[in-house]
Design a protein around this ligand. Structure first.
Ligand code: C2E
Ligand code: CA
Ligand code: CA
Length: 392
């Protein structure tokens, strides 16, 4: 993250109390004194050394420097630009931002009391309130989700996946729903990002695996032994070293085959580090199928795609919905089909809503698909009834 180096001499002032904050510094070598001036007298606050950061506070909360810094030795500092730091702060979870602000305010008021006057955060009242409200909303939602998980209020709905040639239902995707005590169903759009940005993703993820694999046996009895379930695996789950162990134990306890379980992942898994990648490899080695979801909507690095042990590629709804009206979407779908073929991946189109879309996808050779044209996601008993209707 740092961009350039600054050499300092012993005694050199690096910045002064009240200056505008343009950058922060990472101390490479030498000691730095942080101090404030009270009644014309320097009050030392602390001495920082190699590996420590100075000047970051005023960048984060956009207020003037609240202390001065002077080099005690000859040394060097790495300069961290304002944008480099702020991009990362803006991208952080709102709760983390609130905690950061609280810590900053505490530090600043310590500096200010050493200096003998009050603290001004530099933020407008409304900005600070908005930040706090958003952080509170998320904490509140996170607590309700944790309570809901404990009370077993979450469950999978299943959306059938059809073979586009024969029309046969060959599998389903498990999609999480939150059932309220008054019978209302809450969609993942409301809560999934809060789950995925907290440790609740593990508990929710395990619940979805347990319930989907429990339901797979009865579904296979109705739809055939090769019927599969596709489970969404959220960001962070593959990084859990116990993920595969839990999946295997659950699968064995319900007596289903790994080949009939598909794990849907997104490109984000590539940013989760080596543990996540080795979990992917191990899942594939055990026979689980891995489908890349939402491909083409993020940063879509083809190198990554080629290096992942995938078996399926899902064509995102955002392309399917425009396939008839938007030349470019059609081109993207055609390239995805080409790509999937050369990487020997099966194709599943999602979000098919019209017969015309279906006809075109079928013509292009897409093997499987799901969408409102066939069926919306539904509870287990409805899917079981659908099998009975098809058989009749
Ligand atoms: P997704 O994995 O891309 O799932 C497909 C979404 O498209 C589902 O929304 C599905 O109901 C919707 N859909 C399917 N066909 C059609 C169609 O023809 N038209 C329209 N308009 N929509 C269609 P849903 O169930 O609201 O899920 C939204 C997202 O939440 C999912 O997108 C997935 O990213 C996430 N999600 C759902 N369940 C789980 C879960 O158990 N774990 C994790 N990590 N994420 C989940
Ligand atoms: Ca999915
Ligand atoms: Ca998708």
């Amino acid at each position: 993250m740092p961009s350039s180096s600054l050499q300092v001499r012993a005694g050199q002032l690096i910045f002064a109390d009240g200056d505008a904050g343009e950058c922060a510094y990472l101390v490479e070598s030498g000691r730095i004194l942080v101090f404030v001036v009270k009644d014309g007298v320097e009050v030392p606050l602390k001495v920082l050394g190699e590996g420590e950061v100075i000047g970051e506070m005023s960048l984060i909360d956009n207020s003037p420097r609240s202390a001065s810094c002077r080099a005690l030795d000859d040394g060097s500092l790495l300069v961290v630009g304002k944008d480099q730091l702020l991009d990362r702060v803006r991208g952080a979870d709102p709760v983390v931002r609130l905690l950061m602000r609280a810590l900053l305010e505490r530090l600043r008021s310590q500096n200010d009391s050493a200096r003998g006057h009050g603290f001004d955060s530099g933020k407008t009242e409304t900005e600070a309130m908005d930040d706090k409200r958003e952080a509170l909303r998320r904490i509140d939602l996170e607590n309700s989700i944790a309570g809901g998980l404990q009370k077993d209020q979450f469950l999978p709905f299943y959306q059938p996946i059809n073979d586009l040639k024969s029309g046969r239902i060959v599998g389903c995707e498990a999609l999480i729903r939150w059932l309220q005590p008054d019978g209302r169903l809450i969609s993942p759009a409301v809560f999934m990002d809060v789950i995925e940005s907290s440790s609740l993703v593990h508990q929710a993820g395990r619940m979805m695996i347990e319930k989907s694999l429990r339901d797979l046996g009865p579904l296979q009895q109705r739809f055939g032994a090769d019927f599969f379930v596709s489970i969404n695996v959220g960001s962070g789950q593959f990084g859990d070293p116990n993920f595969l162990d839990h999946l295997e134990k659950t699968r064995e306890s319900f007596g289903v085959d790994a080949e009939c379980v598909k794990l849907e992942l997104t490109e984000r898994v590539m940013m989760e580090g080596p543990q996540a990648m080795s979990t992917l490899e191990n899942c594939r080695a055990k026979g689980y199928r891995l489908a890349i979801d939402d491909f083409g909507t993020g940063f879509s690095n083809l190198q990554y795609l080629a290096s992942m042990p995938l078996s399926d590629l899902k064509i995102d709804r955002s392309f399917v919905m425009k396939i008839l009206s938007h030349e470019r979407s059609l081109s993207i779908v055609k390239s995805l089909i080409h790509l999937a073929r050369s990487l020997k991946l099966s194709l599943i189109a999602e979000g098919i809503e019209t017969a015309d879309e279906l006809a075109l996808l079928r013509k292009l050779g897409v093997e499987m698909g799901q969408g409102y044209l066939f069926a919306k996601p539904m509870p287990l008993d409805q899917l079981m009834q659908l099998a009975a209707q098809k058989a009749a």
